[in-house]
Design a protein around this ligand. Structure first.
Ligand code: ZN
Length: 414
């Protein structure tokens, strides 16, 4: 609409037009000779009658005009009962209690009158009106939701995105994690959401992707999706990894939810562990179970990845399957270190103790540097590893991250 076409201006022009025609303006009269299309009046005031009321013009057609909407709709329902299809103009004129013009004037469109009467207009009637079909309305609602809330996970979408939405610029962002845990796509409006928001939101929704894929691969996937996102994608992935966002995965795998009842939780844990579990009544006990599960998962991952102690290579197994390896955190949990393979090391109990007590530090090249203490008992045993390299997994993506090593060194020095 013309921006200068305010409500007051529309009313003023309607009054002038009423004076000019020396009577009550009709929709047709306005359409053919009036200053503006009647469409603007319906859009601004809801119906032609409402526009006339707003202008203090008493409508008269030589027919009973002041029929309530309810009565008009009831009469339309009667016409529907008579004809074997959604009523059309001719049907209303022939069988209706009230003339078609009242519907045209009272409702935004005849299609709206049909909808309000609980009658499904046919496709043709929609096509020749400016009213959206129910499907188009759902599409518009999706767009509105996206516009107001930013990128939206598909589970949050009211329904799947229609062809029309895609034509309007709704795009799907999906990085295959290559894991059995399917990645949840998110939708965004092309050109309306900042790439940073889209990518960040995506990984919030899909933390497992960060764990199951080589970060380099994720960055390539983002670049393939939109070349212009290359730098932003890299930056955000790096930051998320630093924050240990991926550590959420182990809990996600257990399908633990905050609002699960204790019974639900016990059932899930029973399925996962095949163990006989108590039902906990208290949140702190529950937290303890979650933590223990997370830590157990971390230990298992680390044992799988390392053939022996990362310092000495030692491994002692007993006939019953137990062994002397321990899963150490590079960035300690107390410093926010996540339960991620990239933040872990398998160490024998002796070297775990030495690591925790600051006997040696690591650097980004995985070199071991002994931190003095020549006077202490045990120094001689450790001295042989000074300047040596850690034994780390061969798969690059699962090796310790330099960031965790650096943060450990900075954090523990302080
Ligand atoms: Zn060792």
């Amino acid at each position: 609409m013309d921006k200068t076409l305010t409500s007051n201006r529309l009313i003023a022009d309607l009054r002038s037009f009423a004076e000019k025609v020396d009577g009550v303006p009709t929709v047709r009269g306005m359409r053919e000779n009036g200053p503006h299309s009647p469409y603007y009046y319906k859009q601004e005031f809801g119906s032609w009658h409402d526009a006339l009321r707003a202008a203090d013009i008493q409508p008269t057609h030589g027919v009973e005009w002041d029929v309530s909407r309810e009565r008009l709709l009831r009469a339309l329902g009667s016409v529907d009962d008579i004809v074997d299809r959604p009523p059309r103009r001719a049907d209303v004129e022939e069988h209706g209690e009230y003339p078609y013009i009242l519907y045209d004037e009272e409702f935004e469109s005849f299609v709206v009158a049909l909808e309000e009467a609980g009658i499904d207009p046919d496709e043709k009637q929609y096509r020749f009106s400016s009213i959206e079909t129910p499907e188009e309305k759902r599409g518009s609602a999706n767009i509105e939701k996206l516009r107001n809330n930013g990128p939206t996970a598909s589970t949050e979408m009211p329904q799947s995105v229609s062809t029309k939405d895609r034509q309007r610029g709704v795009w799907k962002f999906h990085v295959d994690s290559g894991s059995t845990n399917p990645s949840e796509p998110i939708y965004y409006l092309n050109g309306e959401h900042s790439p940073g928001l889209v990518i960040h939101r995506f990984f919030q929704q899909n933390p497992h992707v960060l764990e199951h894929r080589d970060p380099h691969g994720i960055k390539i996937a983002i670049r393939k999706h939109k070349p212009s996102w290359k730098g932003i994608g890299k930056e955000i992935v790096d930051r998320l990894l630093e924050q240990g966002v991926g550590s959420q995965r182990i809990l996600d795998d257990l399908e633990l939810e905050e609002d699960h009842s204790v019974q639900d939780l016990a059932e899930i844990l029973r399925q996962v562990t095949e163990a006989d579990l108590r039902v906990y009544s208290d949140d702190s006990e529950l937290e303890k179970v979650k933590r223990e599960k997370r830590e157990a998962a971390f230990r298992e991952v680390i044992y799988d990845l390392y053939d022996g102690c990362a310092i000495c290579g030692g491994l002692i197994e007993s006939p019953d399957g137990s062994h002397n390896l321990e899963a150490a955190h590079i960035l300690p949990k107390a410093h926010g270190g996540p339960d991620l393979p990239q933040n872990g090391l398998a160490l024998c109990s002796r070297h775990h103790w030495a690591f925790d007590h600051g006997w040696f530090e690591l650097n980004e090249e995985y070199e071991i540097s002994l931190q003095g203490h020549a006077e202490l008992v045990g120094y001689d045993e450790l001295k042989q590893y000074d300047g040596e390299c850690l034994r780390v997994p061969s798969e690059k993506a699962l090796q310790p991250y330099a960031d965790y090593i650096n943060q450990r060194n900075e954090g523990l020095d302080r």
